[in-house]
Design a protein around this ligand. Structure first.
Ligand code: NAD
Length: 331
């Protein structure tokens, strides 16, 4: 049996990555769309053979509860809308896949977790790196303590783009725009999988913001401290290029560089090993993993609790930048 997926939100990532990747999966089928833009419907129906009865608007989507062709609703809308859409998606009784970052606050994340648990459906966050085979080799090195105890870590994710415009959600702070939510979540999650630890505190953080009302951070830097005293550095930007996850351990180092492009994720180690070769399509692996978790009723790899823990770190980074003080992270 294949898992029937309905995509909610037909924007850039849905169109450019997820819908094409669904065609490469073994266990999924793109069967439905949920959209607020009627003009997009004909193209999607034609390109992917989506039947009329599997096309929904945000007003009619609750009716998906009675549609046995759909098993999963994949929420791919601006970050500030994830909570409401994901809670509604879970209430239909369908499994929920929700893009990163999970939501704006830990409280919003908890609402999604509660809705999924009430409906007894699976909830998975779109953290594609956790499914990426070369990244999984790095994770295994940490789990095996292959280079001894960890000493420090850093993670940088940014791209040299134009500052996002004020009339687009990526340029609006209250919609979840800005470097820290959009790209920084990769560094926060990368440090989590790279160290296999949860940080205890943000030691310090700095944000360079657009100088206008509701303006987003263009660059954010931060230092985390772990319960064992280890420090890690993060840096993220929408105007500067960098991309790595680097782990220093007692007996050597290992890293992914670049750590999170769609293609060409590659790692190396201090003793000359390569964590490769390139993987053709991460998102198809991600969705097959998540489909198998549904089919076999097993744990998902990127649960809501992980998405929430990362948002707690992001909020603590913002608080530290605003107060100039160290901020403890409540998990
Ligand atoms: P986008 O701007 O290209 O598309 C957003 C879509 O949401 C549009 O179709 C828009 O019409 C729709 N939408 C629904 N409600 C809306 C509202 N209230 N305001 C504005 N638009 C609304 O954005 P995107 O790049 O597709 O990003 C969507 C989500 O996917 C974000 O959460 C983003 O972080 C995530 N994303 C993840 C990855 C990844 O690699 N995992 C990559 C890109 C984006």
């Amino acid at each position: 049996r294949k898992i029937g997926v309905a995509i909610l939100g037909l924007g850039g990532y849905a169109k450019g990555q997820i819908a094409p990747a669904l065609q490469l999966t073994q266990h999924c089928e793109l069967r439905g769309i949920i959209t607020g833009s009627p003009d997009k419907i004909p193209e999607w129906q034609q390109q992917y053979g989506i039947r009329d009865e599997n096309v929904y608007s945000y007003d009619t989507m609750d009716g998906i509860a009675d549609n046995s062709a759909i098993d999963v609703i994949y929420v791919i809308t601006p970050t500030a809308t994830h909570r409401d859409f994901a809670v509604r998606a879970a209430a239909t009784g369908k499994h929920v896949w929700c893009e990163k970052p999970m939501a704006m606050t830990p409280e919003e994340c908890q609402d999604i977790i509660d809705a999924a648990s009430r409906a007894q459906v699976k909830l998975s966050i779109g953290y594609r790196m956790l499914h990426e085979p070369n990244t999984r080799k790095l994770i295994q090195l940490t789990k095996d303590k292959a280079y001894g105890e960890l000493r420090s870590a850093n993670s940088y994710a940014g791209y040299a783009g134009n500052p996002p415009p004020a009339d687009y959600w990526r340029g609006q702070r209250d919609m979840g725009g800005g470097a820290l939510y959009d790209m920084g979540v990769y560094t926060v999650n990368g440090l989590r999988y790279g160290t296999q630890m949860s940080p205890a505190a943000v030691v310090e953080a700095f944000q360079r913001r657009q100088e206008r009302a509701n303006g987003v951070d263009l660059t954010t830097t931060y230092t985390l401290r772990y319960p064992n005293g280890m420090l890690a550095e993060g840096k993220t930007s929408v105007v500067e290029d960098y991309n790595q996850l680097h782990i220093e351990a007692e007996n050597g180092w290992y890293e992914m560089k670049p750590m999170q492009p769609y293609q060409g994720v590659k790692g190396s180690t201090s003793d000359g090993k390569t964590l490769g070769p390139p993987v053709p399509n991460q998102q198809s692996i991600q969705m097959d993993d998540d489909a198998l978790a549904i089919l076999n009723d097993t744990e998902v790899m990127a649960p809501g609790t992980m998405g929430k823990a990362d948002i707690a770190v992001i909020r603590a980074i913002i608080e530290s930048a605003e107060t100039g003080k160290e901020v403890e992270i409540s998990n």
